[in-house]
Ligand binder design. Sequence first.
Ligand SMILES: Cc1ncc(COP(=O)(O)O)c(C=O)c1O
Length: 365
Amino acid sequence: MEIPELPPYDHHPRPYIGPSFEEVMELRKRYLTPALLTYYNNPIMIVEGSMQYVYDEKGRRYLDAFAGIVTISVGHCHPYVLAKAREQLETLQHTTTIYLHPTVAEYGKMLSEKLPGDLGVCYFVNSGSEANDLALLMARLYTGNYDIIALRNAFHGGIASAMGLTAHSTWKYNYPHSFGVHHAIAPDPYRGPWSHDDPEAGAKYAADIKNLIDFATPGRVAGFFAESIQGVGGVIVYPDGFFANVYKYIREAGGLCIADEVQTGFGRTGTHYWGFETQGVVPDIVTMAKGIGNGAPLAAVVTTPDIAQVLAQRIHFNTFGGNPVSCAMGKAVLEVIDRENLNRTAWRWGVISWKPCKSSCPNTR
Ligand SMILES: Cc1ncc(COP(=O)(O)O)c(C=O)c1O
């Protein structure tokens, strides 16, 4: 296969002086869990990154279309994010939320202002799985119900509770983890029973959820969990009206609607800042991770003041949640997305690579 040539780029990777590829491979095989996977027959060792590019130990440059599994939202080692991280690292690395710190407080305000409706209270954690675990807890405590509706083909993380929400055998170990979770038909307009040419597809997929509520639960549910576009499951964009109908059924059954924005948040869809906006709904809880920190171990659960109050029944504590370095990076990411209009950039690339997007881009013209 002919290897395409990359355009010129003014960055010279540092000479690599660490252990060789073979040594790293040996160390990894000997000391890291065998559950790890690598891509490609000949895996790549990545030792440096600069914006959209990464470099291997030999200084070869690659276009990082995967962006660290959808995490590098504004570019590898983006100079502004780097400057803010460095400034914070050199000042104070960690305390915990037991003490006041300006960055986490300011960041909470900035992030809340990005969300619609009453969504305005943030809990910071370290990963998407943890954010989903916390959202699950909040939904169950707030509603007093236990049953959860999720979707087949969903991915919500690898910790036990998130594995229960996930619906791919690839990521589900053979041990009890899904108690109380019911998985509805994936609203997949390509492979599912109702396709793009059926204007009622969204309502029909939603009807399966109503059916699940009526027949597989006590008729009352704690909530509905869904990625706003299924990411790991193959970028499944739901038919119009799906969320609007589901949210109605869930709320009628006493439940909360939870949007997993781990992959779709922070302008990645191009048309909107949040993926759920493409379906014209406002969730009760939003979970976010990955692109939130451009590589910082940062994630968040954002909800309404009323729902947030439920956790105040006990102490909720998370050692690294709200860490000043992660929050400084999170803040910088929000600023860069706005300043560089990355939402619009994502939309422009969407138009080039996926024509149907052209007709529905309200926010970015
Ligand atoms: C939609 C979605 N939710 C949750 C997660 C879990 O996030 P983390 O790996 O940070 O725990 C992922 C990770 O890929 C994801 O894609």
